[in-house]
Design a protein around this ligand. Sequence first.
Ligand code: G3P
Ligand code: MG
Length: 229
Amino acid sequence: ERTRTDADDVTLIGHRACAGQYPENTVAAIERAVPHVDAVEIDVRRCASGELVVFHDEELDRLTEGGGRVADAEWDELRELTVLDSGEAIPRLDEALRAVPAGTAVNVEIKERGLAGDALDAADEADAEVLFSSFLPDALAALRDRDPAADRALLVADGDPEALVAAATDLGCVGIHPPTDLVTEPGFVEAAHEAGLAVNAWTAADRDDAERLLDAGVDGVIADRWDLF
Ligand code: G3P
Ligand code: MG
């Protein structure tokens, strides 16, 4: 039996720190989103000089005046760029985590392999309440091996609900993060809850999306805006 989530009970997670309202994945977006959300979701990858940077895309061209791959750019170059003509800079992970006050969680989405040690160190140093997530099972396994106590969630795109839930459970995850079309399939939320997993669904862009996700019985909504409920 499917139980609708009450809007007051849902965990609201600002997608890329509310990319529908603010320049995505920037410190300014985090600061503006924080008063309105339970958590912010940010994307992390590594640049050529080794720093972990908060940036969604593999390439720079959609979001900045720069071009080429983030992985090929030095931090000294990246720090000069601005995101979506906002005047806001690309932050390093440590800068983004320091912008999140106590009481607000951070969902750090790991976009690449090989980030586990540095991402865990950054979370420790910032004393941040972090839920790591990734589409990459081996990235989650690397986090688990270094720090079994770190909270992890498996991001999934499609597939058989039982198999996806089993994969998340095998990785010792506390949650599973499915897209709207998958989480609204009959049986998905029930299977995840049966396994003890929190279900945080992505991505609600508007109120209709948000209503569908509440109807599906999710625990959390990863939303582009904080004003959907
Ligand atoms: O973490 C949920 C969502 O952010 C996954 O997709 O491409 O927006 O990082 P993407
Ligand atoms: Mg993401």
